[in-house]
Design a protein around this ligand. Sequence first.
Ligand code: IMP
Length: 423
Amino acid sequence: MEREMSSLTVLGCMWGDEAKAKVVDFLGASADVVVRFQGGANAGHTIVSEGKKYVFHSVPSGMLYPTTRCVIAQGTVIDPFGLREEMQGLMAQGIDFSGRLFIDSRAGLVLPLHKELDSSKEEQLGKNRIGTTGKGIGPAYADQSARCGLRMGDLAHPDWLRKRLLSLYDLHGQNPDAAALDKELAALASAWEFLRGYVTEVDILLREWYLQGDSILFEGAQGTLLDVGFGTYPFVTSSHTMCGGVSTGAGFPPRWLDKVIGVYKAYGTRVGEGPFPTEIFDVTAERIRVVGNEFGTTTGRPRRIGWFDAVAAKYTADLNGLDGLAITLLDVLSGIPELKICTGYWQGDTRLPHYPSHHLDLESTQPEYLTLPGWEADIGAVNKLGKLPKAAREYLEAIQDLLERPIELVSVGKERSQTIVIN
Ligand code: IMP
């Protein structure tokens, strides 16, 4: 029987680190293809499967399923050396890439120069720094937009590559000597030898696969509040992390985005600088940080902790036109006597009508909170909504009501099996 065409998009909807990979991994079981459409090695996913830990940066986490095809699309930026290392690490853990990984020849390259520029810019900004992951993401995207960047497919053309690389250094006011340039080109040639078999025009494949009935899962990296346009600018990443990024990043017609799920952590976290109105600094924050292991996968930085911000969450749910919600790390909240959800922002005597667009306005807001009772129970083994403590159910219902979308999935632990499916 012919299958229905389908695509599912899974997006982080706050400031990243929503445990999207856990959700993608869970839903990936029924996907034929998993696609990364933006970002680069600034992302860090840890997946625990059958007690084994796998860390992903640029490779889609669908790779863990032995027959799933995985795509790194045009809208991403790739450090060819980092990607090779990541693939070799996963290969050593028994993952087979042959015929399963497809990298778009138009994906941007992150070069050593971009990492240097990233850190020197942060240093220059001083106390106004963004708090980037230091992976060269911003400078790499800036060069792509300025049309002086290098792309994956350039690696196949050594003379052109040399010219473009020289001109890129020149544009950044640098003049490497011939030996340094030769060394870099030789290193790029060796990375290309490793990667070339995976590089193709993936947009064509994606459209073909969709039309032939394969189910395609688009895996967002970072989160909507880090979107370069609609996030808490300038404290954002440099790509389009929101739903529209799927289409421009993967060459996939927007009308073929059949379903969009937004992933939210049961509480708030943020790494790097920038406004975070519901941030807390007390013992509860410390408890959540430790129990939730809230330290960056890519940088190891401790994450900032806060209450669930339903104002921000509703903004991103609307921006992405979410069909449903996945709530993760609910188990981390067990044992906290009282929980808060931000239901409004105040500026002086004024309750703001919507999420402010300027970061300075966000910084000067006072959150209004709904206080709910907590629960004292280990919920890691719960596999049905009805078996959750009443307070946990009420907490989820409050989120669902405030975001005006159904919760379809709740994660109560790291393992695939620790997932409650509601729909
Ligand atoms: P960049 O993407 O490295 O340029 O960093 C820009 C901002 O995005 C910083 O606040 C980072 O901490 C944040 N960021 C980038 N990638 C991630 C991620 O995967 N999770 C959470 N935050 C991220």
